[in-house]
Design a binder for this molecule. Sequence first.
Ligand SMILES: O=C(O)CCC(=O)C(=O)O
Ligand SMILES: [Fe+2]
Length: 348
Amino acid sequence: MAAPGALARGAVPGPPTRILDRRFAAQLVTAAEGLLERFGTPDAPGLLKSLRHEADEFPGLFREALRPEFSDAGMYVLRGLPVEDASLGPTPTGWSVAGDAGALWDVVLLLLAAAMGHPMGWRGQQNGRMVNNIVPAPGHENEQTGASSTVLLAPHTEDAFHPRRADLLLLCCMRNHEGVATTASSVRLTDLAPEDVDALSRPMAPILPDDAYTSSALPDEVHACAGTVSPQPVRTLWPTPDGLTIRFDPAYTRFDGTDAAYRAAYARLEAELSRVVRAVALEQGDVLVVDNDVVVHGRVPFRSRYDGTDRWLKRALVHVPHRRGRPESERAEHGYGQPVIDPYCDGT
Ligand SMILES: O=C(O)CCC(=O)C(=O)O
Ligand SMILES: [Fe+2]
């Protein structure tokens, strides 16, 4: 990474990169192989329950490499997982046909998530699998979901519609031969007038569940619930003692109940987020770790081929127990009836 002085004027520095020690990387892979051998699939309840114990065994230096210290960048890249094309197999043509493709890396990612907090998932997302495959899928090219390709995936907070959205988002790169960039903007690098922060800190516009949920197989009771709950306006910004936080997903936000002044402040926030955007082209074996309360992420458009060589990421979500910072009022939100999967289930 270039030293700050070497950056062009006004440029935003890239995310800090932490290089994973080779021995730790090998230890992770061995632990993941052992778990897969014992339990058969990354979503086996026994495997999920074992993650915490396995992660507790990691050496202190390894934990240090994963520390949740983000600075204002709100993210870092962990580099050095030994992912290789030869042993990986072809990129699946959609999450629904991925099955256990690259399952070893699902478990590696779950172990990393367990070292950072509690791995979590959604029952209504990719059939409730804890690690999601982010691959382009035929027929979904223009969607605002991870399955798209030809359109810009607009910047968003992951699962912004839900009060129990993840604290951290992990994107692990299986392959990305064309260097297609994930976009990432930290709200802490924006420069907004105090009046705009005030305006956007009021609960004004609801954020609805994204299309990745409606295209999933939801249990009947969830469909029933989602159909009857009414949209709740939420806060876009929220100042905390550590700095500004954000909850943002314009593609799924309903602005009909907002006034012109609010929409103008929102537009200024969008302009600031694009001013400070970073294009992060993940390399094979990189894990981008994002603070979901500080950074909004998206993806530049690209051309999919569906020939087994397309870009392929895996995504895991982490709840960090006892983290402070979200407004109290969020606790009363219904989350549109979308149930969280929390394998630890210990209420922290
Ligand atoms: O494809 C990417 O780089 C990001 C996709 C995304 O937004 C996600 O997986 O949550
Ligand atoms: Fe996302």
